[in-house]
Design a protein around this ligand. Structure first.
Ligand code: FRU
Length: 482
């Protein structure tokens, strides 16, 4: 159990069958809820339900029964959940605060928004008798509601993806909604349909400042192809989103191919903004070589902003709870120098690991890491003269299940490469540059024999203060014992 080939060992995946977007992320009574787009009858996308899991630490998950099933209004697409502490909806019954899920119901050509409620901490759900709460206004694409309580406006705010723009709705009771404003036409990237919005207030590192960030997934149209995530930084006055930047500016959250539909948890105990994304891409999601499940979620990440000369940049770091997976099996090297004739080989590591690299001085044109190195490899490379970094997975192992999969994916970096941290699971790689200023997330399907890691440099040398590999534990041990 949970030890099939390519089964993620420290990322969430369903026991079996198809999963896509995270939904209904909310913290309530000691539990982080993770609902997700789920097709319980197959390993390909199909009639959508909401699967469900809960966690006390964002790392170990308990699978729960399916939360929402399709009904006569349609299948259950993406959406969110809130705890209605003030019982604004009047749906509370008994002592327990009422949880309300707000989601899209999909029938071909008719998407509308519905709600359901739970009196038992999300274990069982009742659909509202007067669904939908927002009927289709004549749009083909209108979906993925994300709702939060806005203190100053004293109302619930909903962001809704409408093809090429986001609409903001307001409500005092979660039942009746008023369309307040729209944002997005002519702004940012429009290579595909806009999906899964999220509007969050994010702290700026090293200051007391906070900015509003509007997150928008887009498919296709990502910088390296297929599904990707852009964001806009600005202000939200309780009614409208006002961007700081010009319509031409596009910011990308993750330059990898496999980070999509990420949204944030409501009501986190630390009040941090924490999000999780679906680690796949619609270009090949239905073909990835895993069985009997398909798809995993990313590591949950804390989101902050960093002020730069060009405005604000989203910064992502893995939640600190991941540190509990570290084992004492580590390899640590200090003051090492790597150049063309002298790569640094690290054997006997993995397959689950965290790698931390601190650069002292880099003269090479390019340096990098061969991950899961052997017959094949995935190459993380820093092209210092170009101000770019990349992940090449064309030789990463099993790649031929889709012509869209083998790729070399490129990201810019701000100034220099000081720190690299990455997390390697059995079938994914998440790389955080300079404490999360730039991130690349990629699926890989390496051969079991390829376990080495190698640091290399071309045209010059690189000196490292520290190179550390920490082997990690998996999260499914408890499930295996059951
Ligand atoms: C994003 C998405 C959403 C939709 C869901 C359907 O990946 O297309 O827009 O609600 O998946 O499963």
């Amino acid at each position: 159990m949970y030890n099939e080939r390519y089964r993620p060992q420290f990322h969430f995946s369903p026991k079996e069958n198809w999963m896509n977007d995270p939904n209904g992320l909310v913290y309530f009574k000691g539990e982080y809820h993770l609902f997700y787009q789920y097709h319980p009858d197959g390993t390909k996308w199909g009639p959508m339900h909401w699967g469900h899991a809960v966690s006390k630490d964002l790392i170990h998950w308990d699978h729960l029964p399916i939360a929402l099933f399709p009904d006569e209004l349609g299948t259950i697409f993406s959406g969110c959940a809130v705890v209605d502490y003030g019982n604004t909806s009047g749906l509370k019954d008994g002592d327990e605060d009422v949880m309300v899920a707000i989601f899209t119901q999909h029938e071909e050509g008719n998407q509308k928004q519905s709600i359901a409620y739970s009196h038992d901490r999300g274990r069982t759900w009742t659909k509202y008798h007067n669904n939908p709460v927002i009927a289709n206004p004549g749009l083909k694409d209108i979906r993925d509601p994300k709702v939060f309580w806005h203190e100053d406006a004293n109302k619930w705010i909903m962001s809704l993806a409408c093809g090429n723009h986001i609409r903001f709705y307001g409500s005092s009771n979660l039942l009746e909604w008023e369309h307040m404003s729209s944002f997005g036409e002519g702004y940012g990237a429009h290579g595909g349909v806009w999906e899964c919005p999220d509007l969050i207030e994010v702290p700026v590192k090293g200051s007391e400042e906070k900015k509003w960030v509007l997150i928008v997934s887009i498919n296709p149209g990502a910088p390296n192809g297929g599904s990707g995530m852009q964001y806009f930084v600005g202000e939200f006055n309780g009614k409208s989103f006002l961007p700081d930047e010009s319509p031409e500016t596009t910011h990308w959250a993750d330059y990898g191919r496999d980070f999509y539909a990420a949204v944030s948890w409501l009501d986190t105990p630390t009040q941090e903004q924490i999000w999780i994304g679906w680690m796949s891409n619609w270009q090949y999601a239905n073909e990835v070589p895993t069985h009997p499940w398909r798809s995993a979620m990313s590591i949950p990440r804390v989101v902050t902003l960093m002020k730069t000369e060009n405005g604000y940049n989203l910064v992502q770091t893995p939640v600190k709870e991941i540190e509990q997976l570290r084992t004492r099996k580590t390899i640590e090297e200090h003051d090492v120098i790597t150049h063309k004739e002298k790569p640094l080989k690290l054997s006997g590591v993995g397959p689950l690991l965290e790698m931390d690299i601190e650069v002292k001085e880099a003269q090479a044109d390019t340096w990098g890491i061969h991950v899961r190195h052997g017959e094949s490899q995935t190459t993380i490379a820093f092209h210092l003269k170009k101000g770019q970094w990349s992940i090449d997975r064309t030789q990463s192992g099993e790649v031929d299940f889709s012509t869209e999969f083998p790729s070399k994916d490129i990201a810019p970096f701000e100034k220099e490469v000081n720190k690299v941290q990455f997390y390697l699971d059995t079938s994914s790689l998440e790389v955080f540059l300079n404490d999360g200023e730039s991130v690349i997330t990629e699926l890989i399907f390496p051969s079991q024999e390829d376990v080495e890691m190698e640091l290399f440099a071309r045209n010059g040398e690189v000196a490292f203060d520290r190179v550390k590999v920490t082997n990690l534990k998996g999260i499914w041990e408890k499930e295996r014992e059951l």
